[in-house]
Design a protein. Sequence first.
Length: 313
Amino acid sequence: MTHISGYVQALLFASLFMIFINADIGWALIYIIGAAVVTSLTTFLISRKRFTVKLREFSGVSEYGRSVGFDVTLKKMGFCFIPYVELCVNANSSIHLRTSLLFRRTVTVGGSFRASHSGLNTVTLSEVIIRDFLGLLQFKIPVDQTAHMAVLPRVIEYDGPDVPPNLLPSEEEDVEEGVVVRQGGMPGYEHREYVAGDSPRRVNYKLSAKKQKLMVRLDESNGYATTNLYITENAQPVCCDKAFALAKRLIIRGGTVKIIHKGEERTAATPETLDRMREWLAFREYAETEEPFTDTLPADATVIFSGNGQIAV
C-alpha cells in the first residue's frame, strides 16, 4: 500500500469542506475521490493477472565491451488496464525499465547492457512491479527468465609460461617445397589458398607464382603432437581469452590445437577452423566467481587454464 495517507487527508478535507463551507460541494468531492479510489482498485485487481511477460532470446555473437540490446514483450490477455509497470532486469548490473499496459495489446520495451566478459553473458528478468492509477496498491510478481548472449574471446597476447619445445611447431623448419607427409606416412602435395594469419614461411612461392595467388603448404603431420589446452570447470572468462591467445599463436606457427572444456572439445589447425573455435568458446559458460578446483585432469592435457587465469604447463 502506498500514498494511502494522502487520500485519507483528501477525504478529511472534503468532509471539513462539507461541514463548514458548502455541503453540496463537499459531498461531490467525497463522491469523486471515492469513485476514483474504487475505480483504480477494481481495474487493478481485475488486470493484475491478465498479461504475460517474455524476455527475448539472443541470436548471433557479440564482442567484449560492445553494447548489447535486449527486448521484453508484455502481452494482454483479455481486459487489462495497468498504468505503471516496472521491469527489474539483471545484466552485470541492475536495470529498471518502465512502461504501461493501457491502450496497446502488446508492448515491447528495450534496454541494453555492456558485454563485460567472454563466453555467455546472462540477462535475467527477475521481477515485474505493477501499480494502480492512484498508487494505492503495488504488486511484485517474481519472474525467472534468462537469456544468454555469446561473446567472442578477446584478442590478446598470450602471457603465460612457454609450451615445451617438443610440442611447439618451429618457425625455422625448412621443408622441401611442396612436399609434405600425409597421415600414414605417404608423401604428397597438399596446399590451400593463403588466409590472413598464416605463417609466411609456409607460402609456396613457386606454386603461388604459377597460380597467381598465394598458396600455403598444409604440413598437417609435422612430427609434433596436437597441443591439448584444458580449461577447468572453475575457470573464469579470462582463461577463455588466454586459451584462445595460445591457440592462435600455435596455429599461426603451423600447429594443431585441441581445447577441452566441461567434457566437450574443439580442434583447430587452420585460421578458418580457428575462427570456428573462437565462436565455440563464445558459447561456453565460465565461472563468474572464484570456485574451488575439483576437476580430474586428463593425462594428455598439455596446458591447463584454471581459476582466475592460472596457467600450468
